[in-house]
Design a protein around this ligand. Sequence first.
Ligand code: ARG
Length: 426
Amino acid sequence: MATVVLAYSGGLDTSVAIRWIKEKYDLDVIAVTVDVGNERNMQEIADRAIQIGAVKSLIVDGREDFVRYFVWPALQAGAIYEGQYPLATALARPLIARLLVEVARQEGAVAVAHGCTGKGNDQVRFDVSINTLAPDLKIIAPVREWGMTRDNELAYAAEHNIPLKTTVANPYSVDQNLWGRSVECGILEDPWAEPPAEVYAWTSDPDALGDLAPKYYEITFKNGIPVALDGEEIPGYVLIETLNSEAGKYGIGRIDHIENRLVGIKSREIYEAPSAVVLHAAHNALESLTLSREQVRFKETVAAEYARVIYNGQWYSALHQDLAAFVQSTQRFVSGTVRVKLSRGRCQVVGRKSENSLYSIGLATYDSGDQFDHNAALGFIKLWALPLTTQAQAQLLPSIGFEGNLLNNGEGKVQIASKSESETEK
Ligand code: ARG
């Protein structure tokens, strides 16, 4: 019989999907559970797929690939969507899509399936990635098709004896991997409601830490990639896991974001991303030390664009390759060590050093040993001001005079009113 490869998470949707696909499409389901650092009990989840009726259930350990090909490049790029979301969920989708296609090829499947709803970003990320990598594969998205509510699904599960894990009682929709945890639904749909304590699983309440003493960590980067923690070289996913739990204890990495989904909806999502918050702060600090002002400025633009590419499901695009090439080039001197201080809800960079540092104490100091040429500043200021003084004399001062020139009138426009206008106001 023809087969379909389903991205299986062990949750309600994909559990019901195993049975529903069989009924609706008469396809044998091969379940694939991808380990991106999301769950501990992979084997238990995979076994459940078989109990429900999958003909085969595979576990793929995607952790190293996830870190190497997705998380680190996003960190190097400084990719944070809308200034807030470090993109954990969005980054895992193209990897899972790729693995689905790989398994589908190995197994000779005619289709792939995922458990995304019809109003989120994830369906777009999956479908666009799959269509790009394997245009011949059919995509089945049961949750988008079946029109069942949560209660309908629970009834369907009961009727078909589908074993569910206990956490389905939870009113929230949660997705998590090494890079972060995303939570939505329930009371969080009210943007005025403060998230209840139960929403958080990785981070302590920063206001309930008692007198927990601050803790310091030294993070060493090589070409923009974290390679060591406190001088000890460790694999990327271990470093990320360690910082997730250490910074999580300080309540670092809680993010409450009203975000703009690709499909046009504003949605409220709570993220926990302790490691991502710490590592982005540290990486950014090292770039401040090693990149030129102009590189930093242009890279901010690229970072925002890179974040949109990831968020909007365009991972497998030429634009992504182009942006990535720029980012890689910027990282060639981003090596060194950053010292961070973790305290109540806060990660502060308190030190940074690099062999490629552009910081010069001789230029920066206000004490003796100053090498900065103060006289050169005069000539510099003259030329820097030249276009402004020229224009002021030719256009601004003659028409409006000194008083009317460039006052911000507090009404959203910088006042370049004519003299007569400002006089009639008086
Ligand atoms: N809004 C985030 C994104 O589009 C996370 C989506 C998954 N969230 C969830 N709670 N299931 O990347």
